[in-house]
Write a protein that binds this ligand. Structure first.
Ligand SMILES: Nc1ncnc2c1ncn2[C@@H]1O[C@H](COP(=O)(O)OP(=O)(O)OP(=O)(O)O)[C@@H](O)[C@H]1O
Length: 255
């Protein structure tokens, strides 16, 4: 479980996250949306201590992140917007092994975790391939595998679909669906609800550093429509494809 308590983070005079208290239970698929600059990335980076709060605190599984950074980083795995920034070794297997190696696990345990993580993203048997020759979607999946090899309780992905073509997007979505079904908590930061709405247990929207919507996907859609945030032109909700939005008031497909 991730808990933020009255969390505030500033960059100089800019209050990027403003008094946010949020609880993310184990196993939940949470989608975090909001306008550009609303504070989404700043919020999730504090989930595992990549950024420190100016006020308030974050607890992971009941322990303050400030007291046990390793536990927080192990429990909350983060995949960034451009996974190229995240690949650290030259081969797929080496890259996925990097995290477990830093945990000081046995070679046997590391190899087991690497195999399982690569199987989870459909890259099994490709350990020896160079990461430099991979497509964007494959790199994304290697980055996800690298985080999965840490056996996290929560997988946090910041704009995971940016730059992916349709097959790669489908592939990553399929992996997220399977991981969620197996019990991994998923947090997706995205500007495009169409990608993930059908998978979400909960939608949280931010504006000006604050949480302004926090509800189930269907209710959230109605509430988002009343806010001055940009919404998708078309949003598939459930099976009937009815978003409840008037596409004339839904101005662009970017939040
Ligand atoms: N490193 C930084 N230095 C100064 N200001 C920053 C920095 N990072 C973010 N900000 C500012 O903090 C606010 C929140 O930014 P943040 O990136 O968290 O929002 P976001 O919702 O993730 O935006 P986007 O959808 O554009 O990625 C914005 O006003 C942004 O300009």
């Amino acid at each position: 479980m991730i808990e933020t308590r009255e969390l505030t983070h500033r960059y100089g005079d800019t209050v990027a996250v403003d008094d946010v208290s949020l609880t993310v239970p184990d196993g939940e698929f949470l989608v975090l949306v909001g306008a550009n600059g609303s504070g989404k990335t700043t919020l999730v980076r504090q989930f595992n201590g990549l950024l420190d709060p100016d006020e308030g605190e974050v607890l992971v599984n009941g322990t303050p992140v400030s007291e046990n950074l390793v536990a927080a980083r192990t429990a909350v795995g983060m995949v960034f917007q451009d996974p190229r920034d995240q690949l650290v070794a030259s081969t797929i297997g080496g890259d996925v092994a990097f995290g477990p190696e830093n945990l000081g696990l046995s070679r046997e345990e590391i190899d087991r975790r690497v195999s399982e993580a690569l199987a989870a993203v459909n890259l099994d048997g490709r350990e020896d391939e160079s990461v430099h020759e991979l497509s964007g979607g494959e790199r994304e999946r290697v980055a996800i595998a690298g985080v999965l090899a840490m056996d996290p309780d929560h997988l946090v992905l910041d704009e995971p679909f940016t730059g992916l073509d349709e097959p790669a997007r489908r592939s990553v979505l399929g992996r997220l669906r399977a991981l969620h079904a197996e019990g991994t908590g998923i947090v997706v930061v995205t500007h495009d609800l169409r990608d993930v709405l059908g998978l979400a247990d909960r939608v949280v929207a931010m504006a000006d550093g604050r949480v302004v919507v926090d509800s189930d996907p269907e209710t959230a859609l109605a509430e988002l429509g009343g806010l001055n945030v940009r919404v998708p032109d078309t949003v598939a909700v459930g099976d009937d494809g009815d978003s409840g939005f008037d596409s004339q008031t839904a101005r662009t497909d970017r939040y």
